[in-house]
Write a protein that binds this ligand. Structure first.
Ligand code: PMP
Ligand code: GLN
Length: 379
């Protein structure tokens, strides 16, 4: 029997379950301490009481589609058609599934860049596609243009994540150029998972590949309110694409979830329409938390890899003097030291490096300090 999605629990769920069972500090699954902007939560509460309560339009509440398009016009200079170009989904996870199921036919080759977010390869296989993975390596995680060009030959779709989970970094302009060339040379589609677009150090600007006019008709951009507003459980995401491509995406979305709770859509629309204060404060806080965890870990003897985006940073276990592989070390951390990360080897289809541990820094200072003490004791 062929198994298109392996019957195994994701590393995030397994790690959080182990932390819940043991009381370990969870720097594994990516979710922040805190609960997002008050105004957005109040808007949701109001909408739960006053409505809308019933099925919103399949593509999303018009208020949210307009707010998403306006947000990207304002911040990234993108011209996205709100009514036909934006489709609201139940989190970025559903958006990824929609795009992959809409664009990949059985036998199609799909390029992913490893370490890759864990949903990509299983969804591609479920669509009948063939995964072609290229690898990027620490500390720079740069794409090799030749390797990419070889993997992309004849490919139907390239999937790219920027900023990059689990690397905690952003694509370099040369990486984006190599990807654009590979997409155009193969007449392929491009799926840009940009959920971390706002989780960047202050002063750092995100560059969306949807801004490249040559790619506009063939690119799907994925976003998530879970990351923008630090509300991971809300599962409000979206797909942005040119209208003709948007119609293909909706043809799948209508049979996956059809729609997403309207109260949450309304609240996210309000949040996006008035986002400046929250985004600036969030970015300053993230930079502080990242710096605190990195400094504590260095002091404790860990080799910390550079990062400037996402809620994650990585430590090089081998360079920190750890002889075990990442998964074994993480299991020991949970069992013996009461703290958890995520082994980066979980982000590879086949063999990847086994000496990198991802840690989530989006936590209160006291949690980070306690985690550092426990991690330090494990060296
Ligand atoms: N893509 C990436 C790269 C992610 O890191 C995540 C969640 N951390 C998702 C997609 C899924 O986002 P959502 O929770 O909105 O489904
Ligand atoms: N994206 C989150 C992470 O990287 C986890 C999301 C999930 O658990 N599926 O930690």
């Amino acid at each position: 029997m062929s198994v298109l999605i392996a019957p195994k629990t994701t590393v995030f769920e397994a790690t959080s379950a182990a932390c819940r069972a043991s009381g370990a500090i969870n720097l594994g699954q990516g979710f922040p301490d805190g609960c997002g902007p008050l105004a957005v939560r109040e808007a949701a509460a109001r909408a739960v009481i006053d409505g809308p309560h019933h099925y919103p339009p399949m593509a999303g509440l018009p208020e949210l589609r307009v707010a998403v398009a306006d947000h990207y016009a304002r911040h990234l200079g993108l011209a996205i058609e709100p009514m036909d170009g934006v489709t609201v989904t139940s989190g970025a996870t559903e958006a990824l599934a929609c795009a992959i199921f809409a664009l990949v036919e059985p036998g199609d080759a799909v390029v992913i860049i490893e370490p890759a977010y864990d949903a990509y390869a299983p969804l591609v296989r479920r669509a009948g596609g063939v995964v072609r993975a290229i690898e990027v390596r620490p500390p720079d995680w740069r794409i090799d243009r030749q390797e990419l060009a070889r993997a992309a030959e004849g490919a139907r779709l390239l999937i790219v994540n920027d900023p990059v989970n689990p690397c905690g970094t952003r694509l370099h302009a040369d990486d984006r150029a190599a990807l654009a060339d590979a997409v155009l040379a193969n007449d392929a589609w491009l799926l840009c998972d940009e959920v971390w677009e706002w989780v960047l150090d202050p002063g750092v600007a995100h560059a969306s590949m949807l801004a490249d006019a040559r790619l506009a008709a063939r690119t799907v951009k994925v976003g998530s309110a879970g990351k923008i507003f630090a509300l991971t459980g809300w599962k409000v995401g979206w797909l942005c694409a040119a209208p003709a491509l948007g119609a293909r995406l909706r043809a799948v979305h209508q049979f996956l979830t059809f729609t997403t709770p309207p109260s949450l859509q309304m609240a996210v629309a309000r949040g996006l329409a008035d986002d400046a204060g929250w985004l600036a404060a969030m970015r300053a806080e993230i930079a502080g938390r990242r710096a605190r965890l990195a400094a504590g870990l260095r002091e404790a003897g860990y080799a910390v890899l550079p990062s400037d985006a996402t809620w994650f940073l990585n430590v090089d276990l081998a360079a920190s003097g750890v002889a075990m592989d990442d998964a074994a070390f993480n299991a020991r951390l949970i069992a013996d030291h009461g703290v958890a990360g995520i082994p980066v080897s979980a982000f590879y289809e086949n063999d990847g490096p086994r000496h990198i541990l991802r840690l989530c820094h989006a936590k209160a200072a006291a949690t980070l300090d306690a985690a550092v003490a426990r991690l330090g004791a494990a060296l």
